[in-house]
Write a protein that binds this ligand. Structure first.
Ligand SMILES: [Zn+2]
Ligand SMILES: [Zn+2]
Length: 264
């Protein structure tokens, strides 16, 4: 099976990506309820039982709310999470998947991938981003796919992971002005902007200005807020990134749209 990477959707109403390499198919987050997930998988011709494992970043519903639906169809699914995340999900949803526990910050091998779960600052028990070192396919080089959403600010670890990525999924959650204008209560606005909230458009841009992401071939901006962001605004911010790196592919994910195309 050739290397492929698809983001089925990424926003606060659900995150789920499909990564295929070395004959394995894994999901990054399962934030889609079953009808939505089954539709996304069908577009790719994937049966639930063909999924080898799911890797969960944290216990918020937009990242793991679809686990019960998927586990009903695929009870043997391996679910990778750290202990705190597994505990919260197991407790909240009364499901007992076959947990594969990892330690945040400790790389491990799984299904041919070299997985690096790294800490991200977010208001969850022990949230992580993932870097997947993928096995080389027949025609190409080994690639690193890095998933980094739901982070209140950029840490040195996150910065280093962004620099090492071939394909980077980066949060670009809110536009400052739209968040100010939104009807959200003040405490929620503060939480979103807080050190353990979400990365806004300016935060994402600051990171991209800072890093020497020489390996980066495809930048995916995700987890946009439906109410407080627009793809056109994020696209505008990316103009200088595109100018500096004309060869870089940049995709901005519309929070209202599920997709299926290969991003590799
Ligand atoms: Zn989220
Ligand atoms: Zn979250």
């Amino acid at each position: 099976m050739a290397f492929a990477f698809h983001i089925l959707g990424t926003s606060s109403s659900g995150n789920c990506a499909v990564l295929r390499a070395g004959g394995r198919t894994v999901l990054i987050d399962v934030g889609f309820t079953w009808p939505r997930l089954s539709l996304g998988l069908a577009k790719l011709g994937i049966e639930p039982r063909q999924i080898d494992a799911a890797f969960i970043t944290h216990e918020h519903g937009d990242h793991c709310g679809g686990l019960p639906g998927l586990l009903t169809r695929h009870p043997g699914l391996k679910v990778f999470a750290n202990r705190e995340t597994a505990r919260r999900i197991g407790h909240l949803q009364k499901i007992a998947p076959i947990w594969q526990l990892f330690e945040t910050g400790s790389p491990f091998e799984a299904l041919g991938f070299k997985v690096e779960p790294f800490a991200i600052p977010h208001d969850a028990a022990d949230p992580v981003g993932f870097a997947f070192g993928c096995p080389a396919d027949a025609g190409g080089a080994a690639r690193k796919v890095t998933w980094m959403t739901d982070l209140g600010h950029v840490t040195p670890v996150a910065r280093a992971q962004a620099e090492a990525a071939d394909i980077l999924v980066l949060e670009s959650n809110y536009d400052e002005e739209l968040l100010d204008l939104s009807q959200r209560p003040a405490h929620l606005k503060q939480r979103i902007r807080g050190m353990h909230g979400h990365l806004g458009n300016l935060g994402a841009l600051a990171l991209l200005r800072e890093v020497r992401a020489e390996r980066l071939a495809h930048l995916c901006l995700g987890h946009l807020s439906k109410e407080c962001n627009r793809t056109v605004i994020v696209d505008g911010h990316m103009a200088e990134v595109r100018a500096a790196r004309p060869d870089l592919r940049v995709t901005v994910f519309d929070p209202l749209e599920d997709r299926a195309e290969d991003l590799s």
